[in-house]
Structure formats: C-alpha cells, structure tokens
Design a protein around this ligand. Structure first.
Ligand SMILES: Cc1cc2nc3c(=O)[nH]c(=O)nc-3n(C[C@H](O)[C@H](O)[C@H](O)COP(=O)(O)OP(=O)(O)OC[C@H]3O[C@@H](n4cnc5c(N)ncnc54)[C@H](O)[C@@H]3O)c2cc1C
Length: 316
C-alpha cells in the first residue's frame, strides 16, 4: 500500500496502524500465514466508520480480524486494510437490568472466554454454551458459533453493525435469524450486541460451564494450533446434518499429514499445525481431505475455516 493511500485512508484518523503486520503468525490460532499490508485499530466508532467509508470509496479491500480462531491467512498475506477491534471502545462489557431480564451489552471485540468468565462471576445464565470457544463476540455472531449445547444466537436480543459502505445498522431480535453456523446478518462489521440473560446461582452457572468445557477438552485437541472445525457438517441424502469429523474418520484420514499440517488423531475435523507448517500445507491437506471424503462418501465437504488471500485489487 502506497504512503499516499495510507495517508488518505487513515492518516488523519484516531487509529493506531501497523504496516506489514504479521497477522497470520501472531494473531491467528493456527499461528501461520502471511502479513497484512496495514493493520488498523480504530480508537473510536467514528474513526472506524470513516475508515470503512473511505475504503469503500477507494475500492480498498477491508477485512475484520477477531481473535483469528476461525481463520487461515494465506502465506502471501493480504492487501488493503485489516481492522482490529481491540481498543477499549470496542472490547467492553456492560450490564443492566430490566425486571428479571439482565441485559449484557457486549462490544464486538470483547473476548468470548472473558465474557463467559464474567457471567460465571455474576451468576448470569444463557451463554454457558460458549464455554471453551475462542474468539470475539463479533466473530462469534458472524458465524453463529456454538456446538451441541447451543450457539451464540440463542440469547441475542439486538445487534449493531456497520455496513461495508459505512452505514450504521441496527437489528432487533425479530429481524435476526440464526441457524447452523449461520446468521442472516448481511456482510458487515458487527459493532456490538445485546444478550438477554437470567440470574442464576453462580455455583450452578460455574458447574454448567465446567461440564461443557470438560466435554470439549475430552473430544477436541484444544492445546494444538488449529482453527477449530475445518469443515462444516454437511447434509446427507436425507437432509440430515452429519458430523464432518465422522466422515473424515470413516474415510481413514485421521493422522494424515501434509508438510506441517495434519488431521488430528483426536478429532477428524480438526486440522492441526506444527512449527514447520505453512498455510499452503493446510490448504493442500484440506483439498486432499475433501477429495478423499468425496471418493469415500460421495459428499463434498465445505470449509468452515475462513481463508484470507490477496485480492490483487490495487487501491487508487
Ligand atoms: C481450539 C478451537 C476450538 C473451537 N471450537 C469451536 C466450537 O466449538 N464452535 C464454533 O462454532 N467454533 C469453534 N471454533 C472456531 C472459532 O472459535 C469461532 O469461529 C469464533 O467465532 C471465531 O471468532 P474470532 O473472533 O476469532 O473470528 P476470526 O477468526 O478472527 O474471524 C473469522 C471471521 O469472522 C469475521 N469477523 C470477526 N470479527 C468480526 C466482526 N466484528 N464483524 C464481522 N465479522 C467479523 C472475520 O472477518 C472472519 O471472516 C474453535 C476454534 C479453535 C481454535
């Protein structure tokens, strides 16, 4: 990105910016992949909205980075602007109460682990299903993160977003739909959300969180580098969702390796990486798994992990 583009896009805004920022290696759970031409942390919502408007007007690619827990950054990195919502303006949690309903107002960059811990501390029920799921509130809402105990959409009341042209949008519960790893939010930047929670005994909330966390640790390689499930659970011929991990396991692919990437021996839908891995290893392994599952089951697996690569679009 030229210095002219940089100064036109964010030179006068209340942001901190890092050029050639090693986002893949340092800001994703995989710990691999290339750099961002510009990594920008807005200090205020106004700065973020102006930045997004300017990116739209100049056709500059813009991407939002949460905790990088569902992300693979290509080895060549990404162009344009990567926005990080890590400043206090985007990472707080606030609580208020209306009758029996306790409302959590969470900024998009708030950490899911910290959110669940705070709810345990306060004895508020309704988000225990997020125990052990790494990421941010915004990243979680984008893909309706969750698992067999429920998903983040279950207790959402409202969501505020910024459209990719810089318009602030507000959605009420009646306008929101959440389904398996999906929401009807348009392509946008989630700014914040409110959740309706119920007061409960802190000991009971803590024990439900511990139970879910223990079940997750027992079945998934939580200590390894990964991006969680590599593939979405597909629909079979009867329209039933089947676990991608089971299909991968039945195709005999657990332990299969490509360079420094391998299919976890603990959970077939986790691709894990060692220090020698590159993003190309992961992408090659994903294609091999897709082909072998297709040969074995006649089902095409679709990636759940988001893959970022250069667009080749050059800002004016
Ligand atoms: C060990 C491990 C276990 C996991 N277990 C689960 C699980 O049980 N269930 C599950 O659903 N997932 C799981 N995941 C995946 C991951 O935790 C979720 O997908 C999480 O929602 C990712 O959030 P993030 O903030 O890290 O998003 P990132 O990985 O940073 O980004 C992912 C996508 O979300 C977009 N995004 C991020 N923030 C915003 C925002 N504010 N507005 C709009 N878009 C945004 C990004 O642009 C990108 O497209 C796991 C991952 C790991 C590493």
């Amino acid at each position: 990105m030229s210095s002219t583009s940089r100064s036109q896009l964010f030179g006068d805004l209340d942001v901190t910016a890092q050029l050639d920022a090693p986002i893949g290696a340092e800001r994703t759970w995989f710990g691999i992949g290339g750099k961002a031409d510009a990594l920008v942390s807005p200090q205020t919502e106004e700065a973020l909205v102006t930045l997004i408007e300017r990116c739209a007007q100049s056709s500059t690619p813009v991407r939002i980075l949460g905790k990088g827990a569902n992300l693979l950054v290509d080895d060549d990195g990404v162009d344009g602007v990567v926005v990080l919502l890590d400043t206090p303006a985007f990472s707080g949690l606030k609580f208020n109460r209306e009758g029996r309903v306790h409302r959590l107002h969470a900024m998009a960059g708030a950490d899911l682990f910290k959110t669940v811990n705070e709810l345990k501390r306060q004895g508020l029920a309704g988000m225990e299903q997020m125990a052990g799921i790494p990421g941010t509130i915004g990243g979680g809402l984008r893909m309706n993160a969750g698992g067999s105990y429920g998903c983040i959409g279950d207790t959402v009341d409202t969501v505020r977003c910024c459209s990719m042209s810089g318009e602030v949008l507000y959605y009420e519960r009646s306008q929101l739909e959440f389904s398996y790893r999906k929401s009807n939010l348009p392509e946008c930047i989630v700014l914040s959300a409110t959740f309706n929670l119920e007061p409960d005994d802190p000991v009971a909330v803590r024990s439900r969180v511990s139970e879910i966390w223990a079940a997750k640790k027992a079945s998934q390689p939580m200590a390894d580098h990964s991006a969680g499930c590599a593939f979405r659970n597909p629909l079979d011929r009867d329209g039933e969702r089947v676990p991608a991990g089971r299909l991968i396991d039945e195709a005999g692919l657990k332990g299969l390796a490509e360079g420094g990437a391998s299919v976890s021996t603990q959970h077939g839908n986790f691709i894990i990486t060692d220090p020698n891995a590159t993003a190309s290893h992961v992408r090659r392994l994903m294609r091999i798994v897709q082909d072998r599952v297709m040969d074995h089951h006649g089902i095409r697996l679709e990636p759940e992990v988001v893959i970022w690569e250069r667009t080749g679009i050059t800002a004016e």
